[in-house]
Design a protein around this ligand. Structure first.
Ligand SMILES: *Cc1c(COP(=O)(O)O)cnc(C)c1O
Length: 403
C-alpha cells in the first residue's frame, strides 16, 4: 500500500508488481505444491519456521501470497491467509482464538453458516457460545463469563442490516481482554476497516464483493502476524482448507475493480432504497443509507458508504404469500442465495437462507414471510427500478383479484 496514493489507486496497484522475467502485469498463476531447496539445512529451517518460505502447497503458494498481502494492507492488518471459503475463514478465526472450555459472545443475527458451525461442530470441541443483542453494548458486560475469550460480530448484519458500533465494542473487548472478530463481507475493505476501529481479526467471504463475479468460493482472515502464522500452520494447514492458485488469480483480477464496483453498488442501492421507501405497498425498508434506519448515524460514522444490500418488507395484510409472489414476478433480478455480484440478486429469507426456522419463530429472528433481500447489482439503476415497478403492478393485480 502506497501512502501517497488513494484507495482507488491502491486497490489496483498494491502487490501488483510486474514479474521479473517478462514484465507481465497480471499476477502469474503458480499451481505449486512442491518446492526445491538447495540443501537439507535450508529445507529444515523453512519447515521449522526459522526461515521464511513456503515448503508445501497446503500452506500457501506465491499467487495466494500476493492476494493475502494485498488484502492485509487494504484492511490495515499485519498479515492474512487466503482460504477455501468464507466459512473456512470464519471457522479458522474461531478455532484460532478459542480452545476447549472457552466461551464466545456472538451477535444475534449472524450468517447462517456461522450459526450452524457454532450449533453443530463447536460444542464437540468444548466451545461455548451465547447469542447477544449487541446493539446494546452493555449486554457484553451482562453476558461475559469467566471463560469468555472472544466476541464475534457482523455489521451490517444479514438480512436486517443492523449496524453495530465496532469502536465501542472494541473498547470493551480491549478492557476485558477479549478478541474481537468482525465479518466484513457486506462492506469489503473499501467501505469499512474494522481493524482501524480496534477489532483484532477480520474475516471475509471473498466469494462475494471481493471477487465479485460469482465464480469463486474463497475466504480471507486478516490479523496479527502471530495469529495468522498459527492459523496457517495449525488450522488451515492441518485441516486442509487451502485455496488454489487459480482461484487466487481470479480474485486478484476481480479486486482491481472492487473500488469502482462498490461505488456503483452503493449508488444504485441508495436510489432503490429511496424508491422502495416511497412505495405504497412497502411496509419498511432496511438500508443504512436511509435517514429512517436505526443505525444511520452510526453507519455514517464507521462506514465510507452504505453498501449494496437492501432488505424490505411488503405490506402483508394484503395476502400471506406476497413476498414470494413479488420475487417470482421479477424478470431482471435473479433468485439466488448469493450476493455481491454484477447481477441484481434477490432472495426470500423465510423460505431460502433461513428456511430452517419454523414460520411461528420467524418474528424472534426479526424475519417475516414478506421480507425480501436484494443484492443490488451493477446494472443501470432505472432498469432495476422498472423491474421492481412491474412486479409491484403484477401483485397489485393479483391482490385485487383475491379481494
Ligand atoms: C456468504 C457469507 C459467508 C460465507 O461465505 P462462503 O464463501 O459462502 O463460505 C459468511 N458471511 C457472510 C456475511 C456471507 O454473506
Amino acid at each position: 500500500m502506497n501512502k501517497h496514493y488513494r484507495i482507488d489507486t491502491n486497490v489496483i496497484h498494491t502487490e501488483n508488481k510486474p514479474d521479473p522475467d517478462y514484465g507481465v502485469v497480471s499476477t502469474p498463476i503458480y499451481p505449486a505444491v512442491a518446492y526445491a531447496f538447495k540443501d537439507t539445512d535450508t529445507a529444515s529451517s523453512v519447515v521449522s519456521g526459522e526461515k521464511n518460505g513456503i515448503y508445501y502447497g497446503r500452506y500457501g503458494n506465491p499467487t495466494n501470497r500476493r492476494l493475502e498481502r494485498k488484502v492485509a494492507q487494504m484492511e490495515g492488518g499485519d498479515d492474512a491467509i487466503a482460504v477455501s471459503s468464507g466459512m473456512a475463514a470464519i471457522s479458522i478465526s474461531l478455532l484460532g482464538v478459542l480452545q476447549h472450555g472457552d466461551h464466545v459472545l456472538v451477535t444475534r443475527d449472524v450468517y447462517g453458516g456461522t450459526f450452524s458451525f457454532l450449533s453443530n461442530l463447536a460444542p464437540r470441541f468444548g466451545i461455548e457460545y451465547d447469542y447477544v443483542d449487541l446493539t446494546d453494548i452493555e449486554n457484553i458486560k451482562g453476558y461475559i463469563k469467566e471463560n469468555t475469550k472472544a466476541v464475534y460480530i457482523e455489521t451490517p448484519s444479514n438480512p436486517r442490516l443492523t449496524i453495530l458500533d465496532i469502536d465501542a465494542i472494541a473498547s470493551i473487548c480491549q478492557y476485558k481482554n477479549l478478541k474481537l472478530i468482525v465479518d466484513n463481507t457486506f462492506m469489503s475493505p473499501i467501505l469499512q476497516k474494522p481493524l482501524k476501529l480496534g477489532a483484532d481479526i477480520v474475516v471475509h467471504s471473498a466469494t462475494k464483493y471481493i471477487n465479485g463475479h460469482g465464480d469463486v468460493l474463497a475466504g480471507l482472515v486478516v490479523g496479527s502476524k502471530e495469529e495468522i502464522k498459527f492459523m496457517r500452520k495449525n488450522i488451515m494447514g492441518d485441516l486442509g482448507q487451502c485455496l488454489s492458485a487459480y482461484d487466487s488469480y481470479q480474485i486478484l483480477r476481480g479486486i482491481k475493480t472492487l473500488s469502482i464496483r462498490m461505488k456503483k453498488h452503493c449508488e444504485n442501492a441508495q436510489k432503490i432504497a429511496v424508491y422502495l421507501e416511497d412505495h405504497p405497498m412497502v411496509e419498511s425498508v432496511y438500508y443504512p443509507g436511509l435517514q429512517s434506519h436505526k443505525g444511520h448515524g452510526l453507519a455514517n460514522k464507521q462506514m465510507k458508504d452504505m453498501g449494496g444490500i437492501i432488505s424490505f418488507e411488503l405490506k402483508s395484510n394484503q395476502y400471506e404469500e406476497i413476498g414470494k409472489d413479488f420475487i417470482d414476478s421479477l424478470r431482471l433480478a435473479m433468485i439466488s442465495f448469493s450476493l455481491g455480484d454484477p447481477e441484481t440478486l434477490v432472495q426470500h429469507p423465510a423460505s431460502m437462507t433461513h428456511y430452517s426456522i419454523p414460520s411461528k419463530d420467524l418474528p424472534k429472528y426479526g424475519l417475516s414471510k414478506s421480507l425480501i433481500r436484494l443484492s443490488v447489482g451493477l446494472e443501470d439503476v432505472d432498469d432495476i427500478i422498472n423491474d421492481l415497478a412491474q412486479a409491484f403492478k403484477k401483485i397489485e393485480l393479483k391482490f385485487n383479484k383475491v379481494k
